[in-house]
Design a protein around this ligand. Structure first.
Ligand SMILES: [Zn+2]
Length: 655
């Protein structure tokens, strides 16, 4: 039976056997790291981007369900969704995984036509891999050139077989001819890039190269990297498959299929640069390793790793220029909330040579002793080149601060600020101010981008009522009043033995930060204007918020500020009734401010929900179900936040 045949019909008994064997958590954990949570298991959803897990697997019920995006089903549904397969294809995938034989039928011409391009391209790639592997081990040319290259570099046979390496015969079209003879269409050979075709002229892309197949998470071959062994400066040493429907370079990591179980088990992922680095580390016994294959790390690649672990160690060989060039890319990793460490190898070593020299235990010991935190590493590296140069040092600080400012977790951020304050000998307060500036800039850039994108789309939008200047909720007015009145007041002072280490956050800083972080700034144009004017003046010592807004050139703003000052809008009475105002407002800001923020958020989320519900009605009227599903998942998220807020709010204080 040929490998490119496909069974459109699978009998009932076989389906039962497949369903019995395909235990849900076993199937899912090929793609997602699951942790036990009561009777269920929990992980990061592979179908939508999330940082806290809402993807749940119930082994007892045999199902998965994501409470973030709503996807759910059994093992077969999971594979269909994840691998983009239809029902019989997903069954076949599971049969392969659990070694269940399916009686296959030879394809008819019709069926061949029906099969979609992606599947055909994967089948062609699988054929190519088997062809190249056989050629490496069995044919004279493969053995004398390809195999001897691997043997010279002392790779063991089991490692070569594990990664299914091969050799592509030299010449114009030996591979293409062999594939066509087996019935593979030139169309798919061309689409996968295995054959280069111009009009009636064609040739093999990888002729005369050692071949490294690139697998997707499910272990199917989707592309190749080929290394030329001849010394010829005109030819690129490494050649990759072109982008195709099944191969998106920026979303794939070399070795992820072979590494994923170990990454999940050790809760750590090593990142190296090249194919042979990955092979060597496996050979040394370190299997939680992937390669970015020479390209700069992308967000999609980071998210792929994050499905299995938040801990990543990037291994560099000691070439400083190369390291400096790659530093920027690592901010991306921090932005995704990952813990990044860096390991610098001794001079003259690369991951390949070092693995061979040290073996697993020596290597791991070296890693443990020498891996450093990324921010520390970056600071040390850059510090070396800034001695006695204040301008260069200022640039370094802003550079390091940028890395810190992209970290989503506030606590981790503050730990880094403390550390850098020591390393750089700069006051923590200065660093905090810098981080805030950077974050402000990032938010501005984001807003501008969002605005540009919004103004570009002319798609029919649901009719939302225009917000009038008078359309403030009580919660918004309370928020603004406290923001303006107590902007400079100190909040959350933590007394320390060392007075220099006291951490101070002003009311203004805290209120601004809370709304910006949750992306809950009111849509009301006046609110927005005041909010961002306060924010932009947080570092301005001379800024007096009351004076500024009462005397504002915009008449509406000055009117509003005046009214707030006279407390015309403010319903403080119900607060005092509940006993909250037994003390002066300014004495209990630490209690009041979080409440005011939460009340505001709660209300804002209610408004957003109402708007989204309207939009859902409009979208479903015009049968735009993509939009409906998107909006539904947004609502689900809002409901979650709403619930959390409701729990935080002490209802007695408000009702
Ligand atoms: Zn999801």
């Amino acid at each position: 039976m040929n490998s490119h045949t496909f069974a459109p019909m699978i009998d009932h008994a076989t389906i039962e056997r497949i369903l019995d064997a395909a235990e849900i958590s076993d199937v899912v954990s090929d793609f997602v790291t699951l942790r036990k949570r009561g009777v269920n298991q929990l992980g990061l959803c592979p179908f939508h981007n999330e940082k806290t897990p809402s993807f749940t697997v119930s082994p007892a019920k045999g199902i998965f369900k994501c409470f973030g995006c709503g996807k759910g089903g059994n093992s077969v549904n999971f594979i269909m969704e994840h691998e983009n397969l239809n029902y019989p294809e997903a069954l076949k995938y599971l049969a392969r995984k659990y070694h269940i034989d399916i009686v296959e039928q030879e394809e008819t011409e019709d069926q061949k036509q029906q099969k979609d391009d992606r599947e055909s391209m994967m089948i062609v790639s699988s054929f190519a891999q088997k062809f190249f592997t056989r050629y490496l081990w069995k044919e004279n040319e493969g053995r004398t050139i390809g195999l001897s290259y691997f043997r010279e570099r002392s790779f063991r046979d089991d490692i070569l077989k594990k990664f299914e390496v091969g050799f592509a015969p030299d010449g114009k079209t030996p591979f293409t001819e062999a594939a066509q003879k087996e019935g593979y269409k030139i169309d798919f050979l061309e689409k996968t890039g295995l054959t280069i075709k111009r009009d009636d002229w064609q040739r093999d892309r990888f002729a005369g190269r050692v071949m490294f197949p690139i697998h997707n998470l499910a272990g199917r071959v989707i592309a190749f990297g080929g290394r030329i062994l001849k010394e010829d400066k005109k030819i690129a040493k490494y050649l990759n498959s072109p982008e195709s429907e099944i191969y998106h370079k920026s979303k794939v990591l070399y070795g992820i299929f072979q590494a994923k179980r170990e990454i999940s088990k050790t809760e750590k992922c090593y990142l190296v640069e090249g194919y042979t680095d990955v092979l060597s580390m496996h050979q040394a016994g370190i299997e939680n390793v992937v390669a970015s294959s020479g390209t700069a790390l992308t967000v999609d690649q980071i998210r792929l790793i994050r499905r299995f672990t938040p801990n990543i160690t990037i291994i560099y060989d000691g070439d400083e220029a190369g390291i400096k060039a790659s530093l920027r890319g690592i901010d991306l990793v921090l932005e995704e909330g990952m813990n990044v460490k860096v390991l610098l190898l001794p001079k003259g070593e690369d991951p390949d040579s070092f693995a061979k020299k040290m073996g697993a235990s020596g290597y791991l010991e070296y890693i443990q002793k020498n891996e450093t935190d990324f921010i520390q590493f970056k600071t040390h590296l850059l510090l070396k080149s800034t001695e006695n140069d204040p301008v260069a040092k200022a640039r370094l600080i802003s550079d390091v601060i940028h890395s810190i400012s992209v970290i989503p977790d506030t606590i981790i951020r503050s730990v880094y600020i403390k550390e850098c304050s020591n390393l750089l000998d700069v006051d923590e307060k200065v660093l905090y101010a810098e981080v805030r500036k950077q974050k402000t800039k990032q938010n501005d850039d984001f807003r501008k981008k969002e605005f540009r994108e919004k103004s570009k789309t002319v798609a029919p939008k649901p009719d939302l009522p225009l917000v009038k200047a008078s359309d403030f909720s009580i919660e918004e007015l309370e928020f603004l009043r406290f923001l303006l009145k107590h902007c400079k007041a100190r909040l959350f002072e933590e007394e320390d033995e060392n007075p220099n280490e006291t951490e101070v956050l002003s009311v203004g800083e805290f209120m601004i930060q809370e709304l910006e972080n949750d992306d809950l700034v009111s849509e009301n144009p006046l609110f927005k204007k005041i909010f961002y004017e306060v924010r932009d003046n947080l570092d301005n010592e001379k800024f007096d918020s009351w004076k500024h807004f009462v005397n504002h050139p915009d008449g509406e703003i000055s009117q509003l500020a005046t009214n707030l000052l006279s407390e015309k809008y403010v319903e403080s009475k119900r607060w005092s009734k509940a006993g909250a105002f037994t003390e002066q407002e300014e004495d209990i800001l630490d209690i009041l401010i979080p409440k005011i923020i939460n009340r505001y958020k709660f209300r804002k989320i209610k408004i957003m929900q109402a708007e989204i519900e309207k939009a859902i009605n409009v979208a479903s009227d015009v049968k735009d179900y993509d939009t409906v599903f998107d909006l539904l998942s947004t609502i689900t998220n809002l409901k979650k936040v709403e619930k959390e807020l409701a729990e935080k709010l002490d209802s007695r204080a408000f009702n």
